[in-house]
Design a protein around this ligand. Structure first.
Ligand code: HBI
Ligand code: FE
Length: 304
């Protein structure tokens, strides 16, 4: 993800954070956050309109899942509880703790990388507590409770993916020391946020950015306009990504085991090799395909 920018004088508590270098202040109330950036879910502050927004987003997304989302996601999504209102984080946590030892914790919005990695390494997934306004129904700039909860939490019920996320957090704490945060952020972006998995039934989405997006879900799996290449750690780390449009390239894994195993070894030599290669050949632009690279073809699902 792009570098995080600290804003002074916006709030009194811990420093708030936004993506990129924009000057727009983040929306969350960072004054209520603890030192580790977590906060209580201000449940009583949700209005009936907030719950209605969640309900509408959930139902629009749910009906799109068959044939586009991976089975692991579809079978776990009901663990979020009733689609009728924004879930209580504590209820979801209780089920998640039993399934994979993960918990969800409230946060006011984006948090600094170090704090984010530390939470993941402790098997705690930060979930933004506020929800988008009705006028942002189709697109919200900062992640909100719908993206964080609906997009990210179902796969945390999968044991292999859950371990991958924890390992990512631990690796992140180390990457900060090795000055490799940007390379590691690409891994997060192209897997956790925008990952695609190949199944016997065809390509399916597992990335939260795709699964919480009304338009990108179909685009990522079926559009002829997008490139889909096999997951390759070093190729991925050399690849730039888009933050303001659908992805031009998606990386396809064969299984969550493959993802976990490919990312288990120490990344210290990987970062060095990737940097050396970038120094010689440059970065790979989003949407670029390398000579001889295998691309996945899409099979258009039957229209129903
Ligand atoms: N904070 N709340 C929140 N959610 C994220 O997804 C998030 C973050 N802070 C940092 C961050 N993501 C990125 O730096 C990731 O690269 C890894
Ligand atoms: Fe996300």
């Amino acid at each position: 993800m792009p570098s995080l920018d600290f804003h002074d004088g916006v709030n009194k508590g811990v420093a708030p954070v936004t993506y990129g270098t924009g000057s727009r202040p983040p929306r969350g109330d960072y004054a209520k956050a603890r030192a580790d950036y977590t906060c209580e879910q201000a449940y009583a502050q949700y209005t009936e309109a907030d719950h209605a927004t969640y309900r509408r987003l959930y139902s629009r997304q749910l009906q799109q899942l068959p044939g586009l989302a991976c089975d692991e996601f579809i079978s776990a999504v009901q663990q979020l509880g009733t689609p009728e209102h924004i879930p209580h984080f504590d209820d979801v946590s209780e089920r998640l703790l039993k399934a994979t030892g993960w918990q969800i914790v409230g946060v006011p919005g984006l948090i600094p990388e170090e704090a984010f990695f530390a939470l993941l390494a402790a098997r705690k997934f930060p979930v933004t507590d506020w929800i988008r306004k009705p006028e942002e129904f189709d697109y919200v700039v900062e992640p909100d409770v719908f993206h964080d909860l609906f997009g990210h939490v179902p796969l945390l019920f999968n044991p292999v993916f859950a371990d991958y996320m924890q390992a990512y957090g631990a690796g992140g704490m180390k990457a900060s020391r090795l000055d490799a945060a940007e390379l590691l952020a690409r891994l997060y972006w192209y897997t956790v946020e925008f990952g695609i998995i190949a199944t016997p039934q065809g390509l399916r989405a597992y990335g939260a950015g795709i699964l919480s997006s009304a338009g990108e879900l179909r685009h990522s799996v079926t559009s002829m306009q997008a490139e889909r290449v096999a997951f390759d750690l070093q190729r991925l780390m050399r690849s730039r990504y888009k933050i303001d449009s659908y992805q031009a390239t998606y990386f396809v894994i064969d299984s969550f085991d493959q993802l976990f195993e490919a990312t288990a070894p120490d990344f210290t030599p990987v970062y060095r090799q990737v940097r050396d290669r970038i120094a010689v050949e440059g970065e790979i632009e989003a949407g670029a395909v390398l000579v001889g690279e295998r691309r996945f073809s899409v099979s258009l699902p039957a229209r129903g």
